[in-house]
Unconditional design. Sequence first.
Length: 346
Amino acid sequence: MSEHNKGTYWLVGFAAFIVIIAGLKAASQIVIPFMLSVFIAIICAPAMSSLRSRGVPTWLSILLVVMVIITGIGSLAVLVGASLDNFSSQLPSYRVRFAEEMSGLVTTLNGFGLHISYEQIRGYVDPSALMQMVANALRGLGSALTNLVLVVMIVIFILFETVELPKKLSLALTDASKSMDKMESFIESVNRYLVIKTLVSILTGVSITLAMWLLGVDFPLLWGVCAFLLNFVPNIGSIIAAVPAVLLAFVQLGGLSAGLTAGAFLMVNLVVGNVIEPRYMGKGLGLSTLVVFLSLLLWGWVFGPVGMLLSIPLTIIMKLAFEANPKMHWLAIIIDSNSKDGGKES
């Protein structure tokens, strides 16, 4: 291929990528419920398979799984919705308390010879705005689940399809044995990641909820749900979840409680993220830290909070597409966390 043709090839490829991203963003109202349905179906597939292996009919196993989904999501939505409403109504009082706490802190610092004014700090830190951003993000995620009937229906159809999918793939793929091995390996890795990550995130959310309740921080369930959801965001999700809770503890209970709240988040994430999760997750899905961060920005911009939560599965799908195309295989090697042939095993 000549240099001119190579330049045209890359230019067309980049333009196609931009068009696809723009199209996904424009169709986000349709794509987001579908992505959530796929996400939920992948997590629920092992439970359905376990029930079927015990002799439970397919339709009954799907019905049981779907009932658990509806009960869990419905209960969580009601509880979190009530907490969000109360939280938003109390934001003005939190703003006043923050001014009082910061005035006391500024007076203490000035006593040590540091000349700082509260007006300067307020110009850089506005806790009410940050907490409102958290509330808006949770509402954005909740709005994606408002059409719960559509999401559940898609989940049911996907679960029914998973029963016949292996047979269909074996018939559709030309090199059936090799292609099926690759497809099954990919599906298994994504399924394993999502199931383990979900269980670890539930453990994180429950631990944070209990810690906030013991420390007396308002709306412990809200911060537990934030910790659960943001635990799907690798590397920086736990930090984002901790900031509003620490600020609220400072506003509500003072500096000591804010420090204890930060310590609770740190302890939970050290134990869960560095001890429990690596033990079961292993190498994970093999993406470099930079790619994780960039995918978080990209999919978060395209799909909002849902895109942030699903950034890693979406990036893994792109990686699979790169590996399937010999001309794009070098991209799969670059975004992989390992240097040995894109993390592929011989």
